[in-house]
Write a protein that binds this ligand. Structure first.
Ligand SMILES: Cc1cc2nc3c(=O)[nH]c(=O)nc-3n(C[C@H](O)[C@H](O)[C@H](O)COP(=O)(O)O)c2cc1C
Length: 184
């Protein structure tokens, strides 16, 4: 199982959640940061991917090879400035030739579960909707869980949400769910 951290920092709330999930899955979760993969967005190019292959030589091949060999991937991501992190969009953009194939798109999203860290009225609602649309367009039941610091009386950038018992309980439930039913 792959746990991919989309935060700019490795040791914040997303990192805490992944470490906790690793414990709960008996170390079945391998944790990496998306920033370990030097992933560029698309361009400049001549759309070579449509007829051949992408001319960029960066971390995408290693990342997708790894995701392909794992039974499932847990993406843990924060909201930044009301949006999903740009690293997530870079990944989607670069994977678009592959995800154009409907069967492949479905297969990919069935394996992905997402945890989103963000607050209501600070971009959470549209971000959750965007993620749900991505799953639904692929014909896959959405697997998105949001954690909001305000719900626990915390400040997102300063406090550790993992200190909340309620957060830990929800993560325990998710870990069980994923281990019992990896492909949904
Ligand atoms: C530059 C910046 C912008 C942020 N923008 C938002 C935002 O628009 N909405 C929101 O709910 N949280 C926002 N946050 C809070 C982060 O989502 C939150 O701190 C989260 O815990 C970051 O993940 P990390 O702790 O793993 O680094 C922002 C944080 C930073 C540093």
């Amino acid at each position: 199982m792959l746990g991919l951290n989309f935060s700019s920092r490795k040791n914040g709330n997303c990192g805490d959640f992944l470490l906790f999930l690793r414990q709960q899955t008996n170390n079945r979760l391998v944790i990496r940061s998306i920033h370990d993969f030097s992933l560029e967005g698309c361009g400049p190019c001549e759309y070579e991917c449509i007829h051949g292959s992408c001319p960029k030589k960066d971390g995408l091949t290693a990342l997708t090879a790894w995701m392909d060999k794992e039974e499932q991937s847990i993406f843990v991501m924060p909201l930044y400035n009301g949006n999903l992190p740009s690293a997530f969009y870079r990944l989607l953009e670069r994977m678009s030739p592959r995800l154009h194939d409907e069967a492949e798109e479905k297969r990919f999203w069935k394996k992905v579960k997402i945890i989103l860290v963000g607050n209501p009225e600070h971009g959470l609602e549209p971000a959750v909707q965007t993620l749900k649309d991505i799953y639904e367009n692929a014909g896959v039941k959405p697997a998105v869980t949001a954690f909001s610091s305000v719900k626990y009386g915390m400040k997102a950038t300063q406090d550790r949400m993992i200190e909340s018992r309620e957060v830990r309980s929800r993560l325990v439930e998710l870990a069980w769910e994923w281990m019992e039913n990896p492909g949904r």
